[in-house]
Design a protein around this ligand. Structure first.
Ligand code: SF4
Length: 289
């Protein structure tokens, strides 16, 4: 076994070993191998949200990108970054079907934190083709058409916006269920960049919904107005409704479908052969957005 392989398969010496130094990766540097990411991921498994964000900013600087749809988790991450003094890049996708309340919140957050929010849009010609072929509400007709709409309006602009990023921050929580329950704090994201070199961190992974709202209340963080009208998860206006008692957090997204409540931004987690753990490599399922 080469010295390189010995190092990659060596377990971490302490939970803080990786946290104690920035990663030797980032814009313009070499892409990390899946096995190396797995070692880092194991090391970071107990890191707090604050420690993980600080470590990511030290590793990636302005190549660290927060992607948010301005749900509760997203505004908490922006508040944490503000408190830590970490000026990461912030982006959101305007699909063209967002509730007006989302755009109002973008402005409230901009003014509260003095943030520059990069808003990315789908390609006009792709939206035109989509609507010409299937009508404006094609997503109601079949899961395939729904994913087609998500792909044009959300996933393509998101991936385009991530082209210069080395690592992105998502608001996934394990308690949201589905594939999210298997997510890791650090993942190799080969779904949003097939060629590799993109990492993803999930700083709120073990937070409960209650913890998120506790922070919003304590810090008086501006939040989406639809939460006060019974919503628990918020995406595009025609594909989200208020939650019903006893249903899961994301049951109100694409409620007419029975499959996974995801749009394609978050990778499916599958076992990595020989690593003893899971890393993100599969075709997309997810959508914290
Ligand atoms: Fe289209 Fe609905 Fe997906 Fe929005 S959530 S991109 S409207 S299918």
């Amino acid at each position: 076994m080469s010295s390189c392989c010995r190092e990659l398969s060596r377990p971490s010496e302490s939970p803080s070993e990786t946290l104690s130094r920035p990663l030797p990766v980032g814009r313009g540097r070499s892409d990390p191998e899946a096995a190396q990411v797995e070692v880092w991921a194991r090391d970071l498994e107990r890191a707090s949200a604050e420690d993980l964000l600080s470590w990511a900013y030290a590793s990636f600087g302005d190549a660290l990108t927060v992607a948010t749809s301005f749900q509760a988790e997203g505004v908490v991450i922006l508040d944490l970054l503000h408190e830590l003094g970490l000026p990461a890049r912030v982006l959101t996708v305007d699909t063209g079907r967002l509730p007006e309340e989302t755009l109002e919140l973008v402005d409230r957050i901009r003014s509260r934190y003095g943030l520059r929010v990069e808003i990315v849009y789908p390609r006009a010609e792709d939206v035109s083709d989509l609507v010409r072929a299937g009508g404006p509400n094609l997503f109601l007709e079949s899961p395939e058409n729904r994913l087609r709409c998500c792909s044009v309006r959300k996933v393509e602009p998101f991936r385009r916006a991530l082209e210069g990023a080395a690592c992105w921050v998502s608001g996934l929580r394990r308690s949201q269920g589905g594939a999210r329950s298997q997510a890791r704090r650090l993942e190799l994201d080969r779904v949003n960049r097939a060629g590799g070199g993109l990492l993803k961190i999930n700083p709120l992974l073990d937070w409960s919904e209650e913890q998120v709202w506790e922070r919003i209340r304590e810090r008086r963080i501006p939040y989406h107005a639809l939460y006060d009208r019974g919503y628990r998860s918020i995406g595009c206006a025609p594909c989200t409704r208020a939650s019903r008692p006893s249903e899961g957090e994301r049951a109100s997204r694409w409620w007419w479908e029975s499959g996974p409540k995801e749009c394609g931004l978050h990778p499916r987690l599958v076992p990595l052969g020989g690593s003893g753990g899971d890393v993100a490599v599969g075709p997309g399922l997810g959508g914290a957005q």
